[in-house]
Design a binder for this molecule. Structure first.
Ligand code: BTN
Length: 261
């Protein structure tokens, strides 16, 4: 399996904005941390930080994101959309749908979506997305979209066994990471004009169509609270609508799991 390099990544890109400025590191603490530093120093929209290995990869809710070196896609993109603070969370759906479209184009298989920002393959986590937004008053100043795709990794730490998988494990072949990266950049660039206009309905519609959670009884872990209910859909802000014993409730953050029957 070929290693990533700045030259080959740039050679495959067909985009003009996404990846036009690209920082490649053999190893780094976290591409999200680096992209945030660059964003604060006014790096242009579309800047990408990509690495073969993260020593302190970040997941959601302060969890670590550990990935074996040289097997996966680990990158972050800087965005500067003119969006109100209230729409910032929708960028996660832009990222999830764009990554899924890229994977489908290269691997020929649609991904399943798990609220709010996981992509699953045969029910197991294949990609995680970490959105970190910076606000300027009531508007988005910049957003960093961090993407970790399990591509060719074939073994996972014991706590992830049974819950995580990779494209290679599910397809039983290795996947060219440079092609996949270029396809994801392309799908991000194609979807981004709507994001700039604050138009997320098409992305949410596609996300809804591939979400495997709806219709199931779920438990949402939110801080110290556990909320149980039937997942019935998304609202226009990307919130998860739950039918609970106390009525309808919309959730904006948390981790969901299927409630055992
Ligand atoms: C999650 O599912 O918890 C989100 C995981 C996001 C991981 C990616 S890997 C590239 C980028 N840099 C980070 O430190 N995290 C994100």
């Amino acid at each position: 399996m070929s290693p990533l390099s700045k030259e080959t990544l740039q050679r495959e890109l067909t985009t003009s904005l996404f990846g036009a400025k690209l920082f490649f590191f053999e190893s780094i603490d976290s591409t999200n941390a680096c992209a945030k530093t660059l964003a604060q120093a006014d790096t242009p929209e579309g800047t990408v930080v990509i690495t073969e290995f993260q020593s302190h990869g970040r997941g959601r809710h302060g969890r670590p994101w550990n990935a074996q070196p040289g097997e996966n896609l680990l990158f972050s993109v800087v965005l500067r959309p003119s969006l109100p603070r209230t729409s910032a969370g929708l960028l996660t759906f832009f990222a999830a749908v764009s990554v899924a479209r890229g994977i489908e184009q290269v691997c020929g298989t649609p991904m399943e979506y798990k609220w709010p920002n996981d992509l699953l393959f045969h029910g197991r986590k294949t990609c995680g997305i970490l959105l970190e937004n910076s606000m300027d008053g009531e508007s988005v100043n910049y957003a960093v979209v961090g993407v970790g795709v399990n591509v060719n990794q074939r073994e996972f730490e014991s706590d992830l066994k049974g819950r995580a998988t990779s494209l290679s494990l599910e397809l039983d072949r290795s996947v060219d990471r440079t092609n996949l990266f270029a396809a994801i950049m392309d799908s991000m660039e194609s979807a981004y004009p709507d994001v700039r206009k604050g138009e997320f309905s098409g992305l949410l519609k596609e996300w809804n169509a591939h979400c495997t959670t709806f219709g199931n009884q779920v438990t949402v872990a939110q801080n110290n609270e556990r909320i149980k209910g039937k997942a019935v859909g998304l609202n226009t802000d990307g919130g998860l609508i739950l039918e609970t014993s106390a009525g309808m409730r919309t959730i904006y953050a948390g981790d969901i799991s299927l409630t055992p029957s």
